[in-house]
Design a protein around this ligand. Structure first.
Ligand SMILES: C[S@@+](CC[C@H](N)C(=O)[O-])C[C@H]1O[C@@H](n2cnc3c(N)ncnc32)[C@H](O)[C@@H]1O
Length: 222
């Protein structure tokens, strides 16, 4: 028996179409500028390395909202049994083209129907901030149920308290999505309410290309 169904975000199709439109520019940005490539950001790389070391041997890992798949591929290179899913079919086309050695599928975080206690790790790496505030807790609860006892969640997201409507992104491409920013303490509370224990909390200052961010890692209790 799987967990309860998650409400469908009202704007899901609009968000998908928007990411489809920016997918080629986004993949190009990651490959050519290093923005979005954890290997160019020591603290993001350290976070993903700590996650990789923690989940090794625990079971399959799912990268939810994997975009063009660079983090999925990084984890696969480190010997993890990892696959990626993304809302945007065009993001997944890019992921398959750039990383043909990895498994990628089109799916929304809200529609994964995950087997209970089946995963060693799950990532929501800069990919959960479009979920409406009322829906993110349902997604986190589904992730918590899908983790094996001792398994880990890592998430990175934009810090703050605004809901910012984006109308263009990644090279002036017209988009329509809302970035729901989170206070670290609020997001920690949601993660803990979902049944996980937050074990690391990294705050990131603004950069030339992004506002303040945060990385949280959490574990399902044994
Ligand atoms: C800023 S990109 C990050 C991609 C990748 N994780 C990275 O670090 O480069 C956000 C990604 O989240 C995906 N996304 C947004 N909403 C989603 C949802 N409901 N389910 C799955 N993926 C989603 C988008 O399609 C996009 O690929």
């Amino acid at each position: 028996m799987r967990g309860d169904r998650i409400d469908r975000p009202a704007d899901l199709d609009v968000v998908r179409e928007s990411y489809d439109r920016v997918a080629d520019n986004y993949a190009h940005m990651v490959v050519t500028t290093g923005i979005g490539d954890i290997r160019t950001h020591p603290w993001l790389k350290a976070s993903i390395d700590a996650f990789a070391d923690s989940v090794r041997g625990l079971g399959p890992v799912l990268d939810v909202g994997c975009g063009p798949g660079q983090v999925t591929a990084y984890l696969a290179e480190r010997g993890l049994d990892v696959s990626g899913v993304d809302l945007s079919p065009r993001m997944i086309e890019n992921a398959r083209r750039l990383h043909p050695e990895c498994r990628f599928d089109v799916a929304s975080a809200t529609d994964l129907d995950l087997e209970p206690a089946s995963l060693g790790g799950v990532l929501g790496w800069w990919s959960l901030f479009n979920l409406p505030r009322a829906i993110l807790p349902q997604v986190l609860a589904a992730f918590a149920r899908a983790l094996k006892p001792g398994g880990y969640l890592i998430t990175a997201t934009h810090a703050g308290d605004e809901d910012t409507v984006r109308t263009e992104a990644y090279g002036g491409v017209p988009v329509r999505w809302t970035t729901h920013k989170w206070h670290p303490e609020q997001l920690t509370k949601l993660i803990d309410t979902a049944g996980l224990t937050t074990i690391a909390d990294l705050r990131l200052p603004p950069t030339d290309y992004s506002g303040p961010g945060l990385v949280l890692m959490a574990q399902r209790p044994e």
